[in-house]
Ligand binder design. Sequence first.
Ligand code: DX5
Ligand code: ZN
Length: 232
Amino acid sequence: MILVMAVIVAPSVLAANFSDFAGAVREIDGSQAPWVHLDVMDGRFVPNLTFGPKLVEDLRPLSGAFFDVHLMTAEPDSLIPAFAKAGADQISFHIEAVVHAHRTLERIRELGKAAGISIVPSTPVSAIGELLPFLDYVLVMTVNPGFGGQTLIPQCLDKVRLLAKLREAGGYNYRIAVDGGVNPETAACIRDAGTDVLVTGSAFFRALDKKALVRGLAGISNSEFKKNDSST
Ligand code: DX5
Ligand code: ZN
């Protein structure tokens, strides 16, 4: 069972044991988190390497969760068709990596997938201002991308507030996600800024009670959770 939540929690397999991705996805499903966040790193855009579309293809039959692919790659265009075919539901790429972002967004949409853009801590919202009407998703990085387990940079939450205001003023439809340093201590502040999706790597895989972690990050009280879930 996947929990219906106002704020979406998206555990990232980046913090899982890489010898057991299948087990990691089962743990995410067991936690009732509705999304799985898949961090793709190429060793060029960021100084780390993770995995390619084959992993998404192999995980796809194991889970009904929404697969949210975060491309931290220098040339996202060349990888997008393969990730779409492998079973991604949504693909986001970094504005810092591309010139023709509008075309890249169209490409993702043409493949039938939700399309998003991610911005690193040093990139202002104005860098994607012209693209806001074309976005399903904006991923605000609250750490410098490349590694899990870093501390959230609180100033980045001002970008979430601004994106929420611009969405309201412009009648846009994008979801706003925060990625990096999300944990039970920072979650309330992140939600209060207007975040729709909380990506969590190390906090999720560290938690002994993953269901409790997910509902805590989503800001769901114990009593509300019990109403939704007769199995606990
Ligand atoms: C970092 C990745 C994140 C990462 C977050 O470059 O984009 O998705 O998994 O990890 P934590 O939650 O440990 O900060
Ligand atoms: Zn990510």
